[in-house]
Design a protein around this ligand. Structure first.
Ligand code: HPA
Length: 280
């Protein structure tokens, strides 16, 4: 595959999906489920499941804890397209490939995105099991030359130099705060820093991130949100804090820990997503 995804490639995948969901209502919200948070997709009603491997040009998720398919149907009565598992840059795909699902959402006419992830808590008060509303992001991958919008601009979708001053929609954020309160879910807030991974951060990395204003750190989301904003989608972001960043190197971080924490986090994130969907 060429380095940059073309509109033709995007439309081929979008068309393949359209054919399979023609009897369903058109999805109005895209939802990306992060590591350990995949279970929500199982409660989608009238679900049509489309493995990424059945779609032309699609990368396939190789990570334990990521199912790797679209689940399209209804949640809280709203037509949704759920990504049960996402694709990460560290799996060896290009930035264009890992954000292809967002492009497909845009060509399907989906105006809103709810993005979730598992993240390490960098803010000293954050603990495993916490849910954090993402208020902004640190594009560390982009700062080192890995921006998903590099290459020919897709003028049909968005402008060459998209604004990122409000990457995360403020109205959606307010809605999430309200829903969290109504459901007695403690909602932290902060800045998500996106790194490529797959190695976890060193204590020095983590001290750097804290000084840079990061509250949580993970290996996804940032490229997806940039591509979503390029096409003017409105974004709500939620991080499940799966582990505490260890700034002095006295404990280790494992993927098993991340998946395990997802069990506590999933019902909390689910309450917020369901409440937000009900209000839309
Ligand atoms: N660092 C990076 N990504 C992560 C972490 C972490 O500590 N926890 C879950 N995803």
């Amino acid at each position: 595959m060429q380095n940059f995804i073309s509109l033709e490639q995007i439309d081929l995948a979008a068309q393949a999906i359209r054919k399979q969901i023609s009897t369903l209502r058109k999805p109005v919200v895209g939802i990306i489920l992060g590591s350990g948070l995949n279970d929500l997709a199982d409660s989608v009603q009238q679900a049509v499941r489309i493995p990424y491997s059945n779609l032309p040009n699609f990368p396939v998720s190789t990570v334990h804890g990521h199912a790797g398919r679209f689940v399209i149907g209804e949640l809280e009565g709203k037509p949704v397209l759920v990504m049960q598992g996402r694709i990460h840059y560290y799996e060896g795909y290009t930035m264009g490939q890992i954000t292809l699902p967002i492009r497909v959402m845009q060509r399907l006419g989906i105006p809103s995105l709810i993005v979730t992830n598992a993240a390490g808590g960098v803010h000293p008060d954050f603990n495993p099991g916490d849910v954090m509303l993402i208020t902004d992001q640190l594009n560390l991958m982009g700062m080192s030359g890995l921006n998903p919008l590099m290459g020919p601009n897709l003028d049909e979708i968005g402008t060459r130099f998209p604004d990122m001053s409000q990457a995360y929609d403020r109205t959606y954020a307010d809605l999430a705060r309200k829903v969290a309160k109504e459901n007695n879910v403690v909602l932290r807030e902060g800045v998500y820093a996106g790194l490529s991974g797959p190695s976890f951060e060193s204590p020095a990395d983590l001290r750097f991130l804290r000084l840079s204003g990061a509250d949580a750190v993970g290996m996804s989301t940032v490229p997806e949100v940039i591509v979503a904003r390029h096409g003017n989608m409105r974004v709500l972001g939620l991080s499940g804090i799966s582990n505490k960043a260890n700034l002095d190197g006295s404990t280790i971080t494992t993927h098993e820990e991340v998946i395990e924490a997802g069990k506590v986090i999933t019902p909390r994130v689910e309450k917020i997503i369901r409440g937000v969907l009900r209000s839309l």
